[in-house]
Design a protein. Sequence first.
Length: 333
Amino acid sequence: MMNRLMILMLASLLAFSCQRNPLKVDVSDVELELTFKSYDDDLFASAENLEEKVAGLQAEYGTFFDLFNHHMIGIGGPEDENFYPQLEAFLSDTMIVNLKAEADLRIDRGRLKNDFTEAFRHYRYYFPGQVVPAVYTCISGLNESVVLADSLIGISLDKYLGADFDYYPRLGLPAYKIRNMHPQKIVPEALYFWAMTEYPISTQASKVIESMIYEGSLLYFVDAMQPEVHDSLKIGYTSDQLEFCQAGEADMWAYLAEHNLLFSTKRMDIKRYVDDGPYTSSFTTESPGRVGAWLGWQIVRSYMMKNPEMSLKQLMETQDYLQILNESGYQPD
């Protein structure tokens, strides 16, 4: 009786360990003091004495100050003749003022900081020697969602106000983009772009399958940074779209293989299967865009399960995407 009980206990433990997500690591002892600042708060607080306070903003925010003014809102720098009039016009514009008010209402900065801190604890766990970027929030007038430099991430809060925010459809944005313009998307999207910046695709990559696997590695990076976050949020799918991919995985893979698309070097083929869109034209309108990226994600997951000695850093530095495919043992049923 005792032997049978021990066998059952061991079987249960084995089943549990097989189901456990290997990326759910303990980062409670990882020390991190994240730099998280609200540039939008400081900028709007400076509106009444702009010329006096710009030097302080420039000193405090440095590279981000330049990125914001030159690239996000396109007004140049303080040395330019029209800089101050244009910045004053930006801060007094009715739409900008409304966007700022909605961001303050809809986005919890404390929670956002906590989510970034938890994600970058994982980053420090996997990449102990790497610089953890500062995170700055701003209102960009619905320009870039995320901007990056060597040691910073800038987030346009006005691009994440929720699918119900009425400005977005009025501006003609497509529904598939609006669906992902909500606060919960900020951190996974920022992490995805951070990984893309830190680990760009090989200049030698020219095939559909190589872009698929590269995209899969970026999504796996987000997996590692946010192991508790649902897949649908990481890739930006609805639950129905995720179910479509899970149910049709083998068929989609077979279609790409049978039509000789995996090794196609045509730019339009790469865009069709990797870029975002309302759906993937080779399949039904119920399919999501980026099915190639989703399949690449499953390939990378299979590869990492088959090669447990491979570190996340080694994966992100690997640019032989065909080797990942060959060693993944990927064969969807």
